[in-house]
Design a protein. Structure first.
Length: 520
């Protein structure tokens, strides 16, 4: 062997014998003061050297009867590792995680104050994105909740770290999600962890990936029929061109027009904001609270129900959880009367109850939006958070009542409490001569009307769909509807308007009936 070759071979051997410096990197979701989801397998992941053996140990708090755990895996060729701890029971005291690798001589990475409780994800557009600082001066209940902190076992994930909820940490954290978590924390008396991904003005379609859209036959069919595009890729290309033109228009516009134009930009279809969620997957969560709808879908020819059905299915596949609860906030917000107004909407923005308009109202495009949100509530384990009796507006100011209502829905539909989570929902109707008998689901303790001397908000029509206000009375668990002007009624509807402060049907649990129509 030549001397040079021998020298190279020797050097290679010596280098191979040296220890490889290893740096175990843990995803930022796993950090001090974190909350793991109780009673559910908990994936943990990060980076290390390719082929390295990584071990994660869970050490329960001192004096706890919870068993220790240890899980081991080997990183792939890209150095990525994921392992899963077995389901852990509730722990309001902080345990520890130790993460180590077999190629490292240094001490294990230690994560302290690891609680085990309930973890929820918030997502959507501005009503989920806006922080508590936007509302604290107009929402006295929210202000009081924040000032009553800090809350050592109510944690928020913000700026890539877990923090206890206090007056400082929640300033830029979602107001509705904090309100939801605060109520949940109080009701369940367990640690609660909150994380969110939301972007102002985003349509529901932008939270889909192309794979999610393509996996929905109904969405694909509607898209190809009405969009004018052959593929989602072609639509995305068209959007990019329009977006660039819009940017040029904004640049060339007069200063006074730029602010107005900011709110009219074209919506991004498919995937633009999915990275806000993707970075959180597959962290173990109990469920999702979704607040979006004002911006529609921005996928031509495809309605909100179809997109949300594809989105909910897609996220459940992503988390590998067919039963993942998906609570969604009703849109548009407010516009109806409340059972007890002062307790729900606050004294600053009372909701008035009104007499019926003289004539039945014309068709309103916002009714279609309201009906679609009710329909989303028929998706399995995707309950509607009713808001028609809460503070109205595109950005309702009383976020605390919205969070409280969402918590009520979670307590009943996710945590099994025997409470009503929704007002009366249309089930069926029967026509007998000049009378229509309407049956409802979610009647709770029974049907009732509030404010005024009679039940109102119902309309009936014959085959000609000439709608007229109807006389309505409650009989047991049904409503009997008729009108002296319509002898052969065929259709009935309720609260059919963008704003219906005159519709006053509730269940005795205090929750308002939902809009419906039996017409095509």
């Amino acid at each position: 062997m030549k001397p040079l070759n021998a020298l190279i071979l020797c050097a290679t051997f010596l280098l191979s014998a040296l220890p490889i410096e290893s740096k175990i990197v843990v995803n930022p979701l796993f950090s001090d003061h974190m909350v793991l989801q109780r009673d559910m397998a908990a994936p943990i992941w990060g980076q290390a050297n390719p082929g390295e053996t990584v071990t994660v140990e869970y050490l329960p708090p001192e004096g706890s009867e919870i068993a220790k755990q240890k899980a081991t895996t080997i990183t792939n060729q890209d150095g990525e590792w994921t392992l899963t701890l077995k389901p852990l029971p509730l722990s309001a005291k902080g345990g520890r995680l130790l993460i180590s690798g077999n190629q490292s001589d240094g001490p294990p990475t230690e994560i302290k104050d690891v609680l085990v409780g309930e973890v929820w994800l918030g997502a959507g557009q501005s009503n989920m994105a806006y922080g508590t600082r936007h509302y604290i001066e107009v929402d006295a209940d929210l202000k009081s909740a924040i000032e009553s902190g800090p809350y050592p076992t109510l944690k928020i994930f913000r700026n890539n770290q877990w923090q206890s909820a206090n007056s400082e940490s929640v300033q830029n954290f979602s107001a509705i999600l904090f309100s939801f978590g605060h109520h949940l924390h109080r009701e369940l008396k367990v640690p609660v962890g909150l994380m969110y991904g939301a972007v102002n003005g985003t349509p529901s379609g932008s939270w889909l990936t192309e794979e999610m859209a393509s996996n929905s036959p109904e969405l694909v069919k509607m898209f190809k029929k009405d969009s004018g595009f052959d593929s989602f890729e072609a639509m995305a290309t068209d959007w990019k061109e329009k977006r660039q033109m819009f940017k040029e228009d904004v640049k060339n516009a007069e200063a006074k027009d730029r602010k107005r134009m900011r709110f009219s930009h074209p919506g991004q279809p498919l995937g633009r904001n999915y990275h806000h969620i993707e970075k959180l997957v597959p962290y173990a969560i109990r469920g999702v609270l979704w607040d979006q709808g004002e911006s529609g879908t921005k996928i031509p020819g495809v309605d909100q129900y179809t997109v949300m059905n594809a989105l909910i299915t897609g996220w459940r596949n992503t988390w590998n959880r067919d039963d993942l609860p998906f609570l969604h906030v009703q849109k548009p917000s407010g516009g109806g009367c409340a059972w007890e107004q002062s307790k729900l909407v606050g004294k600053k923005v009372p909701l008035a109850w009104q007499a019926l308009p003289e004539e039945a109202l014309p068709e309103d495009r916002r009714c279609t939006q309201k009906l679609l949100h009710v329909k989303i509530g028929t998706i399995k384990n995707a309950p509607l958070v009713t808001t028609s009796d809460l503070t109205p507006g595109v950005h309702p100011v009383h976020k605390y009542s919205y969070g409280k209502r969402a918590c009520r829905v979670a307590l009943g539909s996710v945590y099994g409490r025997d409470i009503a989570t929704c007002g009366p929902v249309y089930k069926s109707h029967a026509i007998k001569e000049s009378l229509i008998k309407v049956s409802f689901e979610n009647i709770g303790k029974g049907l009732a009307f509030k404010h005024g001397e009679k039940l109102q908000g119902f309309e009936i029509a014959g085959e000609d769909l000439n709608w007229q206000w109807a006389d309505a009375t409650i009989k047991d668990d049904t409503v009997l509807v008729s009108s002296i002007t319509i002898k052969q009624p065929r259709h009935v509807r309720y609260a059919f308007s963008q704003s219906a402060p005159w519709a006053n049907l509730f269940n005795k649990d205090g929750l308002p009936a939902l809009i419906f129509t039996t017409s095509p």
